[in-house]
Design a protein around this ligand. Sequence first.
Ligand SMILES: Nc1nc2c(ncn2[C@@H]2O[C@H](COP(=O)(O)OP(=O)(O)OP(=O)(O)O)[C@@H](O)[C@H]2O)c(=O)[nH]1
Length: 339
Amino acid sequence: MPAKIPATVVTGFLGSGKTTMIRHLLDHANGRRIALVINEFGETGVDGDLLQGCCAPGDIIELSNGCICCTVADDFLPTMEKLLARPEPFDHIVIETSGLALPQPLVRAFAWPGIATRVTVDGVVTVVDGKAVAEGRFAEDEEAIQAQRAADASLDHDSPLAELFEDQLACADMIVLNKTDLLDAAEAEAVAARLSAEARPGARILRAHKGALPLDVLLGINAAAESDMATRSAPHHDAEDDDHDHDEFESFALDLPEVADIPALTARLRAAIATHDILRLKGFVAVAGKPLRLTVQAAGPRIETYFDRPWGTAPRVSRLVVIGEAGLDRAAIEAAIRG
Ligand SMILES: Nc1nc2c(ncn2[C@@H]2O[C@H](COP(=O)(O)OP(=O)(O)OP(=O)(O)O)[C@@H](O)[C@H]2O)c(=O)[nH]1
C-alpha cells in the first residue's frame, strides 16, 4: 500500500499569524509539492488572496461555506477526495483552519473511511498571538464567571474566547508562541508557562517572529493525531463533544470609497476597534493616486498597513472584513470607519 500523505492542521485564534507562518513555509518549500486548504470565517476570502503566488494556482483550495469544523462532511471531505484524486500526488497537505474553528472535529474526520487509508494528520500546529495572551485577552474574567454562575447555577462554561483558546491548545502537537517581537523576556516566559500549563503532555512550544520556522520543524512531526483524539480535548469538553456553533461570533464586510489619507483611516480604525471591541479586521483598500492596493490588517488593537500589489485589472474596490463577538453594532462601526 502506498504511504499515507501527511497533512498538517494549522490552527490558532483570529490574527495569531497562521497565514504569515504558512506563507513563510511555502516560500521555503524547497521544491516540495504542498497543497493548501484554507478556511476563513466570513464570506470574503482575504487569506487566499494574500497567499496567491505561493503555490501553483490549483494547489490552493478555499473553503468558504462556513467554519471547517462545522462543515466537515459537506465541504472538507469532498475537498480531500479531490486533492487525493490528482494524478501527481502532493508531498504534504497544509490545512489552515479559521481562527474560530475547533481543530478536534476536523482531525477526527481523518479517521473516516475513504480518508483514513490515504492521509494521516502529521501534526496539529497551534499558532498563538503571544502579545494577546500577555494582555490577558484569553484569560478568564473570574468575577464575571462567578457572577454568571451565581445567577444561573446550571451554567458551567467559560468565555467563548477562553474556551476556544483552550481547545486549540489542547489539540496541538506543536504550539508556536508567535509575535515574540512584541514581548519582553519576562512576558515571553510568562506566556510560555501559561501555554505549557494548558498544552497536552509532550507538545513542543516554539517561539517565533512572523512564524518564521523551518519547514523541517513544522512538518514531519509524525503524530498520526487522528488516532489519539482522546488525549486532545480541553478539560471543559468531553472527549467526543464536538458541540460547537459560531453564534458567539459574527463578521461582516464593509465597502469603502477610495481613501486619500492613510493615517486618518488608521486613526478611525483604531478608534472603532477600541470602542467596539473588534477582534479582527482585514482587507484591501484603494488609495487615491496609488496603483498598488493597500492591505489593512488588525489583530486586536494592532493595525498594520502596507501596499502589496497592483490592482491590475481587478476593480479598485475597498473592502474590509470585520469580526467580533456577536452583537457588533454594525451601523456605528461603519459610521466610525467611514468618518
Ligand atoms: N508584530 C508581529 N506581527 C505579526 C507577527 N506574525 C504575524 N503578524 C501580523 O499579525 C496580523 C495577522 O496575521 P495573519 O498571519 O493574517 O493571522 P491569521 O492567524 O492568519 O489570521 P486569521 O486568518 O484572520 O485568523 C498581520 O498583520 C501580520 O502581519 C509577528 O510575529 N509579530
